[in-house]
Ligand binder design. Structure first.
Ligand code: ZN
Length: 302
C-alpha cells in the first residue's frame, strides 16, 4: 500500500496528554481525553491492517475537509481503480444494540449513530468531488476494530465490518488488480491540498501556566524525573536514562507547544524544568540549539 498521508496524534490529544501529566483533569476532561486516546488507538490499529494491502492501493489517513462551509473528517480513504473506499473507524468496546435508527450502549444510553455519521461524510465527500469535477465512485465502510465489541440487531445491509471480518476485507481488497496511475496520484494531491490542519471549531481545554506542575517528565513512563546524575536524567520509576540536554530540549518543545506565546528564556526553562538547578547549564543547552535574540537579561531563544 502506498501511504500518501500518515496519521498523527491530533493537537488536542497531545494537549490533553500533557495536561494529564502535569495537572489534575476534571472528570469531564478525563472522559474526553480517554475518548480521543481510544479513537486514535483504534485508528492506528486499522492502519496496521491496511499496511498489508498491495501497492495497487493508495491511502490517505485522517483528512479534515470542508464543503459548503461545513467541515467533515475522514478516518481513512483507500483509492483503487475507479473507486474511493471510505472508512469510518470505531474503537467501540462492550455491547451495543440497534433499535430502529438509534444506537445504544447496553446500559440504554443512546449514542451518536455511527452509520449516520458515515452517511454524512459520504454525502459531503460526494459534493466535494462534484465541485472538483472528479469522477470516482465512493464505497463507504464502517469498521469496528475492537474484538471486545458486540452489536446486537445489526442489519445485514449496513456496510459494517466487524473485527472478525477485517482479515477477509483486506484479502478481498488485495484481489483488486487495478494498477495505480497518474489519476490516482492526482486525486491524492487534490485531497492533500484541500486538507485543513486545524478545525475552525476546535475548542481546546482551558489551562493556565500556573496550574501546571513543573519538571521534566520521563519519556518512557511519563512520571517526573527526580534525579540528575552526571549530565543524565535518571528515572526512579522505570530506570530509563536520558541525556540531560535531550530532556531539556524535549521540555522546551513541550513548553512552546503548550504556551506558544511565551518567550523561551533561560529563566522560563529553568522554572519549567524544575529539577535541574543550573541556569548556566540551561543557558548552554539553549545557546547550542536555538537562535539567541537580544542581550543580557532580555535575551530569548527561538
Ligand atoms: Zn520512567
Amino acid at each position: 500500500m502506498k501511504n500518501q498521508k500518515e496519521r498523527y496524534e491530533s493537537n488536542d490529544l497531545r494537549i490533553y496528554q500533557r495536561l494529564n501529566d502535569r495537572s489534575r483533569l476534571s472528570d469531564e476532561d478525563l472522559a474526553y481525553f480517554s475518548y480521543l486516546e481510544k479513537g486514535f488507538k483504534g485508528e492506528k490499529k486499522f492502519d496496521e491492517w491496511t499496511s498489508k494491502l498491495s501497492d495497487n492501493w493508495l491511502f490517505l489517513n485522517d483528512l479534515l475537509l470542508e464543503c459548503n462551509k461545513s467541515e467533515f473528517q475522514i478516518d481513512s480513504i483507500g483509492i483503487n481503480g475507479e473507486t474511493i473506499y471510505l472508512f469510518e473507524v470505531k474503537n467501540f468496546e462492550g455491547d451495543y444494540y440497534i433499535e430502529g435508527d438509534q444506537w445504544y450502549k447496553t446500559s440504554k444510553t443512546e449514542i451518536k449513530n455511527p452509520y449516520e455519521q458515515l452517511n454524512r461524510t459520504e454525502s459531503m465527500l460526494r459534493k466535494l468531488l462534484n465541485e472538483h469535477k472528479i469522477n470516482f465512485k465512493i464505497k463507504p465502510h464502517l469498521v469496528f476494530v475492537n474484538y471486545d465489541f458486540f452489536l446486537y440487531n445489526a442489519p445485514m445491509n449496513l456496510p459494517i465490518i466487524f473485527p472478525s471480518q477485517l482479515n477477509r476485507l483486506i484479502n478481498e481488497l488485495n484481489l483488486q488488480r487495478f494498477k495505480l496511475n497518474v489519476n490516482h496520484f492526482h486525486l491524492a494531491e487534490v485531497f492533500l491540498s484541500l486538507h485543513k490542519s486545524e478545525s475552525k471549531y476546535k475548542q481546546f481545554p482551558n489551562y493556565q501556566y500556573e496550574q501546571l506542575l513543573k519538571g521534566i517528565i520521563c519519556i518512557n513512563c511519563n512520571t517526573y524525573i527526580t534525579e540528575v546524575k552526571k549530565g543524565k536524567l535518571v528515572c526512579q520509576a522505570c530506570g530509563y536514562i536520558e541525556d540531560l540536554s535531550n530532556g531539556i530540549l524535549r521540555s522546551v518543545e513541550e513548553l512552546k507547544f503548550l504556551f506558544p506565546n511565551r518567550k523561551i528564556t533561560t529563566n522560563a526553562v529553568y522554572e519549567w524544568c524544575g529539577i535541574y538547578k543550573s541556569k548556566k547549564g540551561i543557558w548552554k543547552v539553549l545557546r547550542e540549539n536555538f537562535t539567541k535574540n537580544g542581550h543580557g537579561k532580555y535575551s530569548y531563544f527561538d
